[in-house]
Design a protein around this ligand. Structure first.
Ligand code: CU
Length: 611
């Protein structure tokens, strides 16, 4: 959570009184202008909101380049492709080049800045005091939105070097506003490796400091990377649905008294253990627990997701031929809303789904062999920026199934995430010949990761503190724990925090010392998650984003002191083909914008293990 005082609703129909969040989107839709995504000078991002269940247009830019023009209509930003402001699903083949020209037509950078405007505090926040044995905490940056934008292809195993996925030096200037990037357009040429995991990826802006605002205002879209798995799906006649959850608003929050804190404790009882003496994270001055003033608005393929007992007309309606299966690819493009997806019947009883892939990578063992697959009744967590792909069987005739996201506990400083219904599903007329689902996994460039020798281990800590001053803001930190480390919020142009040689393999323990859930993401490389809170994972998943559980209070006699951080152990390798400066950060976009980001420099060259 970030304490931004201004609450901003960006739903298209915000001017209509019917559009209070708790009311039905259907009522709202019926009173708003008919949806037309056509971009015009009068309506650069189109008019109206899409009807529930809206299918997003697709482009396959193999034959010609794709131009994505970022346009602005007041509080809205949009990617316009071929005249449509409905950010297209980009389909690209393994082993091919994806060429995208990004053009910046942003006209009012101040409207972007207004999205994260802080509120005034009655009593100012104090800096974290220097204490021996604890890392120094340097208070934060403030970024004034410039209207510059760029493109990140999330999850792509392409080099972080222009004209590929370089988000650190490439940007484009707005039509009106500062011209610091030196260009209004940039043509990205992504060479998609033939051995990249095949599946659902996505694109969004990555100008540090204004990622959250630009995403809330509308900038994100899906990418489907296709290869043999996709061929097998099509050959089997299995229909696909691409489903995108976006966030359109990040509400403000209020602080509670210190007595309500769970993880953080008064400094008088924070005696670091011997191990931590020279190497301790200050938890006494951490961000307090919060009372959230509201619930963030999310959308589902562009349609506002209702809260509570909304009429079914407000939901997306899907149907699957009786006896058949469909392949659903779900992208969580929300800026900080986690999802916990499940299929349930009208009584809330879970119905089976069959998970095929996460983060664009089919579930496989270290050799790239598909793990035994089967239906599960378990709900499926998807962090912000995460993807999940699963098979859905038609419900029995006469039974309605719902795609829901369960309520999620994000920690006492996190946002409120209630249960919400996303879609209703029924069986249609029987298929002529229901197809059997093919196997999806095959070896990729991350196969063999677990078998590799671990060259180094690191501990990476996440922390957050109220930003000193009279404004209600938070500084976020991600730092490698080592003697003499200093916690600084990341600012553009900062030197790499970690340098490694290409070809090396490492294990990182990512620690969360805060009262809220974070989502660790690293560009370019997928990693395997070995442990969560010390618990070994049986079949470590290949992911590009992972939840890091919030810290818990342990009492006063633990070897670690009174606070135990949430912990995730990951194993990752840095191929020479991906050498360069690789950002890693929390994918709660406001956390990243406000400092919880750092850069890993991968030097070209070979390691002793990969001659
Ligand atoms: Cu975070």
């Amino acid at each position: 959570m970030l304490f931004t005082g201004m609450s901003s609703a960006f739903l298209r129909c915000e001017a209509l009184p019917c559009c209070a969040l708790a009311l039905s989107a259907a009522v709202c839709a019926s009173e708003s202008p008919r949806y037309d995504p056509h971009s015009t000078s009068a309506a650069p991002c189109g008019v109206g909101i899409p009807p529930p269940g809206h299918q997003i247009p697709e482009v396959r830019p193999a034959a010609k380049n794709l131009t994505l023009t970022v346009r602005q209509d007041g509080k809205h930003l949009c990617y316009v492709a071929a005249g449509s402001a409905d950010a297209p699903v980009i389909r690209v083949r393994l082993g091919s080049q994806l060429t995208v020209t990004l053009r910046n037509e942003i006209t009012d950078p101040d409207a972007i800045d207004a999205v994260s405007g802080p509120a005034k505090l009655t009593a100012g926040n104090e800096p974290v005091p220097k204490r021996s044995g604890f890392y120094e905490v340097v208070p934060g940056m403030h970024h004034h939105a410039s209207g510059a934008t760029n493109l990140h292809v999330h999850g792509f195993a392409v080099p972080p070097v222009k004209p590929q996925d370089d988000v650190l030096t490439v940007c484009t200037d707005p039509a009106v506003g500062p011209a610091r990037c030196g260009r209004r357009a940039f043509t990205y040429k992504y060479r998609v490796p033939a051995n990249m995991p095949e599946g659902l990826y996505w694109y969004h802006p990555h100008v540090h400091g204004e990622v959250q605002a630009q995403m809330l205002m509308g900038l994100s879209g899906a990418i489907v990377v296709e290869g043999p798995q996709e061929d097998a799906r099509r050959a089997a006649g299995i229909e696909e649905r691409i489903l995108i959850v976006r966030q359109t608003q990040d509400v403000d929050a209020g602080k509670t008294a210190a007595s309500a804190m769970t993880a953080a404790m008064p400094s008088s009882v924070t005696e670091p253990g011997p191990m931590a003496a020279a190497n301790a994270i200050d938890t006494a001055h951490e961000l307090l627990c919060a009372t959230s003033a509201g619930i963030d608005a999310i959308s589902f393929n562009g349609t506002p997701v209702p809260l509570g007992d909304a009429p079914e007309s407000a939901l997306a309606h899907f149907s699957i031929a009786a006896g058949a299966v469909q392949f659903w690819r779900v992208l969580n493009a929300a800026t900080d809303a986690f999802l916990d997806l499940a299929l349930v019947d009208e009584g809330g009883k879970p119905l089976p789904l069959e998970v095929v892939a996460r983060d664009g990578s089919a579930l496989s063992d270290d050799a790239g062999v598909a793990l035994p697959r089967g239906p599960t009744l378990q709900s499926q967590g998807v962090p912000p920026s995460g993807r999940i792909e699963f098979l859905v069987t038609a419900p029995p005739a006469g039974i309605k199934a719902y795609l829901i996201t369960h309520a999620i506990d994000t920690g006492c400083a996190g946002d409120r995430l209630p249960e919400r219904r996303l879609a209703v599903l029924t069986a249609g007329p029987a298929a002529v010949a229901p197809a059997a689902a093919p196997q999806f996994a095959h070896p990729d460039l991350f196969s063999g990761l677990l078998a590799q020798h671990t060259d180094a281990e690191r501990v990476i800590a996440m922390a957050e503190y109220p930003r000193p001053g009279s404004e209600d803001q938070t500084d976020f930190y991600i730092v490698e724990r080592k003697a003499g480390a200093v916690l600084r919020p990341y600012m553009m142009g900062d030197a790499p925090a970690i340098t490694v040689s290409a070809g090396t393999t490492e294990e990182w323990v990512v620690e969360n010392w805060t009262n809220e859930l974070h989502a660790f993401h690293i560009h370019q490389v997928h990693f395997r998650v070995l442990e969560i809170d010390g618990k070994r994972i049986e079949n470590p998943e290949l992911l590009d984003v992972v939840n890091v559980p919030y810290a818990t209070a342990t009492g006063y006699h633990s070897a670690e002191g009174p606070i135990r951080p949430g912990r995730v152990r990951i194993k990752l390798t840095f191929p020479a083909a991906l050498a360069g400066d690789i950002p890693f950060h929390c994918h709660l976009a406001d956390h990243e914008d406000n400092g919880m980001m750092a850069v890993l420099r991968v030097l070209p060259g070979t390691s002793p293990h990969q001659q």
